[in-house]
Design a protein around this ligand. Structure first.
Ligand code: ADP
Ligand code: ZN
Ligand code: ZN
Length: 735
């Protein structure tokens, strides 16, 4: 057995590994993450290094490979833990060890730390006073000025000495060399939490919240560690429950990782934590510089902060004594990495928590089907909050049948009800949010007359229209000609659905010339802080209507929004993936939850061509359980996750022929591994991007472990195989 050893575990050095032989006496002891002594260099100087990989294959002639000397310690330190975690991620999500290490190890930026220097006397004051005369005699004016100043004031900032006292670096150096003064340097960290407007309120938990928090706290007292799924409708006060538990964990001297989707990581959210825990709180986000991010990791490592709030990467905060992980909005797609390794924060958090024996709290108004299924199976402990906290009431929801609108001669994007309600709110000077949900939208074909959607007869997902006039299923590859009349009702109003936020904004300005409209989508939020700025404008009543994509669903509370319109609910419903109904339910429920957060009752209008779809009906009634029961039976029927686990293999190449050959051989290989169900290869959702073609293969198995061994097998098959010379292969679990 051989081990790859790394000497300096930092981002820049990850490629520099050295192979060592593992001696017999250490064979069962050395693990991935172990800290070992190794003879290094020509002189065989004994140094320490971490084992980051193990294998049977020698990379050099065996006689040239040195032996590991001994184990430094059998305890696993922070670095060891990170290496172990990287290995686990590599195995479970498919990547190289290097990619996995890069994911878990924070990036150090050379100029990251800021130094704050100050100067004080290094001699007693009397002695210093005596020196002043000597300086005068020698005409050393600068030295005189500095020592005189230091007699007056014990410590002076270096910046002041240089700027105000106008003293040069060489003078300072000379005094320092003569041991007359001392330079103190102190690292300080950039604190990313703005201190302005820190306000908050202390609330007393209502009985439901109290019960939830107490249950978790009692478990902690009794050393029971598990994963909780806190299911509470929007506005039920989940955050207050987290805060209560977090307080206890901090008091016991431990630290907390609080994950929040980046888009919801607004000042409003951070303030609630800051108000409660003050300087012990810090944040991470993608807009921070590498240096700022690294500073937060250092502060965490040194125990200077107790709570880190951030998106999925905050999971890798190196706390010395982690006590709790909270994942708010656990259903959010943003918890899944879009780069290799494509890990999902939820299982990774649970893995970390098992190792450290600490609890995990998952919270959501619309839990993922995966988590809820596990909660029902008893794998997670389910806790439910059923009431809105404070006195806010749930909004009234209308589902408008857009087929009826067409029949009644209304060809507008807005139903008659939505139009009437918009006018009403504008008159009352109340605010409106209009929401166009384009997630995963990929050109499905639907009938505006009867609502019929063209679907794959085998997979029950929408077919996608391609430029060549074909409709294609992206799971199984089924193809058929596009249609010009509806196969259900014969109407010619069958086509792709087209509408954008920009068009919507234009239309509003035409229909309501006096209304002030704000638009929020990827275009208007490109600039740093764009997203925050628009939300702030809206919160300040600088606009009457906010139009946007799913972005507007999260973040700020707008107490004066009393009308929410979901213009085209079907757009996400017929995205061509199996999660479309789940995502739609979540988006509809969450956006409906934006209405009526203040004192007045909110109203919600959902417009749809298929108003009877269970996602829409259950969302309209805020009926999560109703949705879940229907959805899980559909997943059972078709064998989608979480019933079966699924590995999506994507192959990409500029050369279509090479792609075809590689895909077919990979599929054949997958067929042979174990008894997994293999579908494909088929064209990817978007077959050609920038002249690169992509195909996908789906592999399903009940056991996750079996799928990871399929992955390992395929990965071995691909590496060094000439068939894959021009073909890139990507792996994605349960997507
Ligand atoms: P969630 O995270 O479930 O959406 P929040 O924790 O954000 O809910 O709470 C929603 C609103 O209700 C917030 O403005 C919060 O301050 C308020 N709130 C929460 N709990 C209580 C309580 N026990 N009493 C009064 N107000 C509360
Ligand atoms: Zn029709
Ligand atoms: Zn199909």
């Amino acid at each position: 057995m051989f081990a790859d050893i790394i000497i300096d575990i930092s981002h820049e050095q990850l490629d520099k590994t050295f192979q060592y032989n593992i001696p017999d006496n250490l064979r069962d002891i050395v693990k991935i993450g172990s800290l070992v002594n190794i003879p290094f260099g020509r002189a065989n100087k004994m140094i320490q290094g971490y084992v980051i990989n193990m294998g049977e294959e020698a990379k050099y002639p065996v006689e040239k490979i040195k032996y590991i000397d001994s184990l430094v310690t059998d305890k696993v330190g922070l670095a060891g833990e990170m290496i172990e975690l990287a290995y686990w991620i590599k195995k479970n999500y498919g990547s190289t060890m290097n990619q996995a290490l890069k994911t878990v190890i924070p990036v150090k930026d050379k100029v990251s730390q800021k130094e704050k220097k100050s100067v004080c006397l290094n001699v007693p004051v009397d002695e210093a006073k005596a020196m002043l005369d000597t300086f005068l005699k020698k005409n050393a004016k600068a030295k005189f000025r500095l020592v005189e100043a230091l007699i007056e004031e014990e410590i002076i900032d270096m910046s002041i000495i240089k700027s105000k006292l106008n003293i040069s670096a060489s003078t300072i150096k000379s005094l320092e060399d003569d041991e007359i003064i001392k330079i103190n340097s102190e690292e300080y960290y950039r604190n990313p939490v703005p201190r302005r407007n820190m306000f908050g309120k202390n609330v007393e938990l209502n009985p439901e919240q109290r019960q939830a928090a107490d249950l978790i706290k009692k478990d902690i007292d009794e050393n029971v560690y598990r994963t909780y799924l806190l299911h509470g409708i929007t506005g039920s006060g989940k955050t207050e429950v987290y805060l209560d538990v977090i307080e206890k964990v901090i008091e016991s001297g431990k630290q907390v990782i609080m994950l929040i989707p980046e888009i919801a990581l607004t000042l409003q959210t951070v303030q609630r934590f800051y108000y409660r825990f003050g300087d012990k709180v810090s944040i991470l986000n993608s807009k921070m510089s590498k240096g700022e991010r690294y500073d937060q990791f250092l502060r965490s490592m040194r125990g200077e902060i107790s709570v880190i709030i951030g998106p999925r990467s905050a999971l890798f905060t190196p706390f010395p004594n982690l006590g709790l992980i909270v994942i708010d909005e656990e259903h959010e797609g943003a918890y899944k990495s879009d780069k290799t390794p494509r890990y999902h924060a939820r299982p990774v958090a649970i893995h970390i928590a098992k190792k450290k024996q600490i609890p995990v709290i998952l919270g959501s108004a619309t839990p993922s089907v995966d988590s809820y299924e596990r909660a029902l199976n008893g794998e997670y402990k389910l806790i439910t909050l059923t009431k809105r906290a404070g006195d806010a009431k749930l909004p009234k929801v209308y589902v408008e049948d857009m087929r009826d609108e067409l029949r009644a001669g209304n060809r507008s994007v807005f139903s008659r009800r939505l139009k009437a309600l918009i006018s009403d709110r504008l008159e009352k000077k109340e605010q409106i949010m209009l929401f166009l949900n384009k997630r995963g939208y990929a050109g499905f074909i639907s009938c505006r007359s009867c609502g019929h959607v063209m679907k794959c007869p085998h997979c029950d997902v929408s077919l996608t229209a391609h430029n060549n006039g074909k409709l294609i299923c992206h799971y199984c590859g089924y193809e058929q000609e596009n249609v010009t009349t509806c196969p259900e009702c014969g109407s010619k109003y069958i086509a792709g659905f087209r509408a954008g936020t920009q068009a919507l904004e234009k239309l509003l300005k035409k229909e309501y010339p006096n209304a002030r409209v704000l638009r929020m989508d990827t275009d208007t939020t490109k600039n740093k802080g764009g997203h925050e700025r628009i939300l702030e404008c809206f919160a300040n009543h600088e606009a009457d209507i906010l139009v946007g994509t799913q972005m507007i669903v999260k973040g700020h509370d707008f107490p004066d929004v009393t009308l929410v319109g979901i213009v085209a609910a079907d757009m996400s419903l017929y995205a061509s993936d199996y999660k479309a109904p789940e995502k739609t339910f979540q988006l509809l429920t969450q956006s409906a939850g934006r209405a009526g957060r203040g004192k007045s009752l909110g109203e919600v209008v959902i417009q749809s061509y298929t108003p009877d779809h269970y996602s829409i009906q259950t969302a309209a009634h805020q009926d999560f359980r109703g949705f879940f029961d229907q959805e899980i039976s559909y997943r059972k029927l078709l064998g989608y996750p979480p019933i079966l686990n699924m590995l999506k293999v994507t192959l990409s190449s500029p050369n279509e022929e090479a792609l075809d050959r590689a895909s077919i051989s990979l599929k054949e290989r997958a067929d042979k591994v174990n008894n997994s169900i293999v579908l494909g290869p088929t064209k990817a959702n978007i077959y050609k991007i920038n002249d690169i073609f992509s195909k996908v293969i789906y592999i399903r198995n009940k056991e996750y472990g079996k799928l990871s061994s399929v992955y390992e097998n395929l990965d071995n098959f691909v590496i060094g195989n000439p068939l894959f010379k021009n073909v890139l292969v990507n792996y994605d679990f349960n997507e």
